[in-house]
Design a protein. Structure first.
Lengths: 277, 291
């Protein structure tokens, strides 16, 4: 009897928590089809405003289409650069292990504790200074001002290093004996063996970039440069937010990460928690 | 073996690490030192002068700073324990071999992690509108007689922020706990069973002690995250009403970009977060590291 009650409580708790977790997703999808007035009045039914909301979203002075393009370009470039740089660094630290390198590595890990709020102002000033130089294409208001600070994080280097630990080092030795250069060994021996690690790292980097808010808010000031989170935030902050239109935007912004999650759930979770086992 | 100053991938692999190391130094450590210097300066961004400890003294009498500081630590003290406790309970239930539909429950509870912080904040804002869905449910259940002013009441607005962050991060922490629990040797539980320990006793006497490193890790990451809280408050309440939900990160943003820019003072406030993170990490390591 006691066991049955306990098991009932357990399932009850799980079901309640699952409903609470899923409900906001149902809400945003329903919201796409409703008017603002119905959404803020808590209407929980499919409405007939879907086409109108979509039309409003894409024919808006906020330029949602442009924001989608900006976000996508930034996220893809960030991901590609971050994967190359971090995997090479993780590989370098682990395969060419030395006391000095371990010290540098531990030092780099400290950067994970530095709050972004403390970096925001110096970074802003640093990139502003570039605007008056030939390097203005990576200065404030450029795409690269958002990309550059995210291409190299200690977290990702750590992530790759952890996963390289289980990579058989004899393969490197064997390749050296075959006369392969170190770069060739990295690209032809290591890289093909680490598809899962790369997938997980790509997912987390893409997602962080796609969802990044504070730094783009500071660094991208001209309206045509804005990314999706900035546009959504601007929609929500307006004096009379159009919730129906905003929900369309939110669903579209969530679709890429949702798709990646359902297709590659394992790598997604591994990327989020930073380990591949 | 190690030849200093030789940028080659041939023998020591320096070529592999040199660019990433330089980038992190340039984009994290140097700005960090610059922020420290800036925190001793005052004036407009183009005309800054040395101000000694002036900015730090100003904080002592700044009521907005005090509010932001108080709010940030309130979120930390209330939200982090609630979130980690919920995540622990759910993980313990899901770790039970006899439970069915585990995969479904786990996926469902992890789902909030796929949303962007801006998106889910706006969704929460719409759900908790004055006449919104949540108030209607509560009044239909006869739990409230008048709608709760989630967005405009100083206390309920804080509650809303805490509810929102908890919704977003319980599933994330759950994944860490579940993987930690799966690494606990099953024979310990078998022995506890033989000794007649109840499942509650096993949870407190076996599961919790064995999970200590992971609890420590999640506490530290959640602490660092909460101390930097920005996106949610900016998009749900904009720090309002009357700064009742304002966080330190938000205050730094306002000082730098919303009001007349005061980079010196903003940098000083940002160092409060840096120092808080260092102190709390050391304390948590001390407490969590004890055997």
């Amino acid at each position: 009897m006691k066991g049955k009650v306990l098991s009932f409580i357990k399932y009850f708790l799980l079901i309640v928590m699952s409903i609470l977790s899923i409900f906001p997703f149902v809400w945003m999808v329903l919201g796409m089809t409703n008017k603002t007035i119905d959404i803020t009045a808590g209407k929980l039914m499919i409405g007939d405003q879907l086409t109108i909301n979509f039309t409003n979203l894409f024919n808006n002075s906020l330029n949602f289409t442009g924001a989608l393009r900006n976000s996508a370009v930034i996220a893809v470039i960030t991901t590609v650069l971050a994967l190359i740089l971090s995997s090479m660094a993780g590989y370098g630290f682990e395969i060419f292990k030395s006391k000095t390198k371990d010290r540098i590595f531990n030092f780099l890990l400290l950067s994970m504790m530095v709050p972004f709020a403390a970096l925001m102002i110096p970074l802003y000033r640093m990139f502003s200074q570039l605007n008056g130089t030939p390097l203005r294409s990576i200065g404030i208001n450029s795409m690269f001002v958002v990309i550059v600070p995210s291409v190299c994080t200690a977290f990702l280097i750590f992530f790759f290093r952890q996963n390289i630990k289980s990579f058989p080092k004899e393969l490197v030795e064997a390749a050296r004996l075959d006369g392969l250069g170190e770069l060739a060994i990295f690209f032809r021996v290591y890289l093909p063996s680490a598809k899962n690690t790369y997938a997980a790292a790509a997912i987390i980097t893409f997602m962080n970039s796609w969802n990044n808010y504070l730094w783009p808010l500071v660094a991208l000031q001209s309206p045509e440069k804005r990314t999706v989170p900035l546009i959504l935030s601007a929609m929500g902050a307006s004096y009379t937010p159009d919730y129906g239109m905003m929900m369309c935007g939110i669903v579209i912004a969530t679709l890429p990460t949702a798709a990646i999650f359902f297709v590659m759930q394992k790598q997604f979770v591994q990327g989020m928690i930073g380990s591949v086992k | 073996m190690i030849k200093k100053g030789k940028f080659s991938t041939k023998k020591n692999g320096t070529g592999f690490i040199i660019l990433p190391v330089l980038l992190i130094i340039l984009l994290v450590f140097i700005p960090m030192i610059q922020a420290l210097f800036t925190s001793f300066q005052s004036g407009t961004p183009i005309n800054m002068s040395f101000n000694g400890l002036g900015n730090y003294q100003r904080m002592l009498t700044d009521t907005t700073f005090r509010k932001a500081f108080f709010n940030t630590f309130l979120y930390l003290i209330i939200q982090v324990p609630i979130m980690l406790f919920l995540a622990l309970i759910i993980s313990a239930i899901l770790n039970d071999k006899k439970m069915k539909f585990k995969g479904f429950f786990r996926t469902a509870m992890f789902l909030p992690c796929i949303t962007s912080l801006v998106s889910y904040s706006l969704v929460m804002k719409s759900l908790f509108a004055a006449n919104g869905f949540v108030n209607q449910i509560l009044s239909n259940l006869n739990l409230i007689s008048a709608p709760i002013q989630w967005l405009t009441h100083p206390i309920w607005a804080k509650v809303l922020i805490i509810i929102s962050i908890t919704w977003r991060w319980v599933g994330y922490n759950m994944i860490f706990f579940i993987s930690g629990m799966q690494n606990i040797d099953p024979s310990i539980y078998e022995a506890a069973d033989m000794d007649g320990a109840s499942s509650t006793q096993q949870f407190f006497k076996v599961t919790i002690p064995n999970l200590k490193p992971i609890i420590l890790f999640t506490t530290i990451t959640s602490t660092i995250g909460t101390l930097q809280l920005f996106d949610e408050v900016q998009n749900i309440t904009l720090g309002g009403p009357a700064n009742a939900t304002l966080t330190l990160s938000q205050y730094i943003y306002n000082l730098s970009y919303k009001f007349t820019p005061n980079f010196g003072y903003a940098a000083a406030v940002s160092f409060v977060i840096v120092i808080a993170i260092i102190i709390l990490t050391i304390i948590q390591n001390k407490v969590g590291g004890e055997k």
